[in-house]
Write a protein that binds this ligand. Structure first.
Ligand code: HEC
Length: 121
């Protein structure tokens, strides 16, 4: 939670726009290939094949995981935590489930690595 607050504060101060993408924390130990399988199995139903959301579901307010200036501004540890603990834990939609009981830490890192490989636009 503190990290998110820091992130939001940073943006509020106008720092996040100034932050170069390569300064934002990225994991180096995720396996995107395995992550793609997990994404297909557990995430695609809501987020869509390409992470752009909406296509296969009536879920309200699916975040687009591929939007430039949005997802690329988030640290991997934030993504990790929102995937592990679910949307509600971060004041976001409770329709985004918590995955920590289903997925291991490594699985979550792998799926984050996959999200990083999705083409942004
Ligand atoms: C039941 C539908 C559903 C499933 C399944 C689901 N999500 Fe989500 N997800 C959501 C919704 C709804 C949001 C939007 C939350 C918001 O912004 O309020 C979201 C948001 C997110 C976000 C962005 C959070 C943010 O701060 O904008 C990430 C990252 C994410 N999901 C990853 C995943 C991953 C990885 C999986 C599979 C392990 C997954 N989701 C499975 C519904 C789902």
């Amino acid at each position: 939670m503190r990290r998110v607050a820091g992130y939001l504060l940073g943006c509020w101060l106008g720092l996040c726009a100034a932050q170069a993408a390569d300064e934002i924390e990225r994991f180096t130990d995720g396996n995107a290939e395995h992550g793609a399988k997990i994404f297909k199995q557990f995430c695609r139903g809501c987020h869509g094949e390409d992470g752009r959301g909406g296509a296969h579901t009536f879920m309200p307010h699916i975040q687009n995981l591929t939007k430039q200036g949005y997802i690329d501004q988030m640290s991997d540890s934030y993504l990790f935590e929102v995937i592990a603990d679910g949307g509600a834990a971060f004041g976001k939609s409770g329709y985004m489930p918590a995955w920590k009981t289903k997925l291991s830490d490594q699985d979550i890192k792998d799926v984050v690595a996959h999200i990083r490989k999705l083409p942004t636009y």
